[in-house]
Design a protein around this ligand. Structure first.
Ligand code: UDP
Length: 483
């Protein structure tokens, strides 16, 4: 008797591969599935390749199949935006995904794809497999994606120029300035790809979302209510999160950093990181340095050389997080900054063991770009956040955290300079780090508790995952006969 076999497909990018690996681990470990992770890689990001290699060597409960992206020459312009790039990569890689699945001796009974992989659901359809979309972000973001083909018809002109917030049935409205990147310019090719994704996500047998009932009850209800968004979706929605990254085996530099953290007072250190792909301008990098210095708080800062005008410039880049070229911080940090702050601050070039650092009891604040995995890592460790969105759906995430969940604050941008100034950074840091009790920290603790409850035996996410696993197992029996 075979174990049930699930194939999980992730699109390029760490924000996609990491949550897929975590879901795979749960299915293998808790539900005794055979799991094959099909990872479509960008082949340019060394951070991605590092994460994948370390997963392949340490996560021995899953099988990994790296799928290089198809040859895209002639299909994409150099300047193509991320969503267009990802959609084209996944569309063109469908043939390779089909052949990988069709060559498996023990054919999987389930295919789980991230939102960029919905084109590959037809492969599952062809092979009679159960098919799920895994939203590695939150339910509010997914509601906007699902509703965007309707907004496309309802709204005239650019979304960012609208006077009123965009209404989504049963959910909080989305402010025009908070819309996801591909909705910023309807003339950009990524906009049409995004609308296509909104149409494609209804083709699964169910939707798995990396959130939990108590966190996003209202959005989840709308996605299930046939008079609201559920009428468009018509398939079950399972809130199965928070699935967060387990700490990696520490490298020597991480051990050194943890040793330093051990010596700092409880909740006294601010962790500053803009995710796997985020970079700041030169002017903004200088303001962050000066703001940290002005605030006098202890810090760990994952530093990257300034970008050439694109906040997402490290997403498909060759920077690897181990620290290589251009990593001499004196090239871009204020003169003497490193020397003046060396007792209170640690600079980590490009990539840090974030999941490990955020768990440390000395860490008491998180300056985050609000990528959803980072948000969940902050919440599950009860760390209040400065919500500093850069790209993708991060502006929505920041608004959700600061205004609805109240576990963070959003800094004000100086309009003339388009940067967050040093005084504002220091002010925001005081806001989340000082005061006993501090309401934002208290709220972060509450959400940490709520997240833990959802994942406990009998908790909402535990039960939802149980349901999914049961259905997958049932469909596996039928497939065994077909094989
Ligand atoms: N990450 C990390 N070290 C870094 C930067 C990022 O370990 O220096 C991990 C982080 O813990 C998270 C993922 O990379 O799990 C980033 O995903 P997220 O959704 O936060 O943002 P993205 O990078 O996709 O914008």
């Amino acid at each position: 008797m075979h174990k049930p076999h699930a194939a999980l497909l992730s699109s390029p990018g760490l924000g996609h591969i990491i949550p897929v690996i975590e879901l795979g681990k749960i299915l293998a470990l808790h539900y005794n599935f055979k799991v094959t992770i099909l990872a479509v890689t960008s082949q340019t990001s060394q951070a991605e390749s590092h994460v994948l290699k370390s997963a392949i060597s340490s996560v021995n409960i899953c099988d990994f199949l790296e799928i290089p992206p198809a040859d895209l020459s002639g299909l994409l312009e150099n300047e193509a935006a991320i969503v267009e790039r990802l959609c084209v990569v996944m569309r063109e890689t469908k043939v390779a995904v089909r052949s990988a699945i069709s060559n498996m001796a023990h054919r999987p009974s389930v295919l789980i794809v991230d939102i960029f992989g919905s084109e590959c659901l037809s492969v599952a359809q062809e092979f009679g497999m159960l098919k799920y979309i895994y939203v590695a972000s939150n339910a509010w973001f997914f509601s906007l994606l699902l509703y965007s083909p309707i907004l496309d018809k309802l709204v005239q002109g650019q979304f960012v120029d609208q006077k009123e917030a965009l209404e989504i049935p049963g959910c909080s409205p989305v402010r025009p300035e908070d819309v996801v990147d591909p909705m910023l310019d309807r003339n950009n090719r990524q906009y049409q790809e995004y609308i296509g994704m909104g149409t494609g996500v209804v083709k699964g047998d169910g939707i798995l979302v990396n959130t939990w009932e108590q966190l996003q009850h209202r959005d989840l209800q709308s996605l299930r209510d046939e008079n609201l968004l559920g009428g468009m979706l018509k398939v079950p929605v399972y809130a199965i999160g928070p699935l967060v990254r387990a700490p990696e085996p520490p490298t020597s530099s991480t051990v050194e950093l943890l040793g330093w953290l051990d010596q700092q007072p409880s909740e006294s250190v601010v962790y500053v990181s803009f995710g796997s792909g985020g970079t700041l301008s030169y002017e903004q990098t200088v303001e962050v340095a000066c703001g940290l210095e002005l605030s006098q708080f202890r810090f760990v800062w994952v530093v990257r050389p300034p970008n050439g005008g694109r906040a997402d410039s490290a997403f498909f880049s060759t920077g690897d997080g181990r620290g290589r070229e251009n990593d001499d911080v004196s090239n871009y940090l204020p003169e003497g900054f490193k020397e003046r702050t060396h007792k209170v601050g640690k600079l980590v070039p490009r990539w840090a063991a974030q999941a490990t650092i955020l768990r440390h009891p000395s860490v008491g604040g998180f300056v985050s770009h609000c990528g959803w995995s980072s948000v969940l890592e902050g919440i599950t460790n009860g760390v209040p956040m400065i919500c500093w969105p850069l790209y993708a759906e991060q502006r929505m995430n920041a608004t959700l955290l600061a205004e609805e969940l109240k576990v963070g604050v959003k800094p004000k941008v100086l309009p003339a300079k388009k940067v967050v100034g040093r005084e504002e950074i220091a002010r925001m840091l005081r806001h989340i780090m000082e005061g006993k009790p501090n309401p934002i920290r208290e709220r972060a603790r509450e959400l940490k508790e709520s997240a833990a409850m959802a994942m406990k035996i009998g908790g909402s996410s535990f039960t939802a995952l149980d349901d999914v696993a049961r259905q997958c197992k049932a469909s596996g029996h039928h497939l065994l006969w077909a094989n």
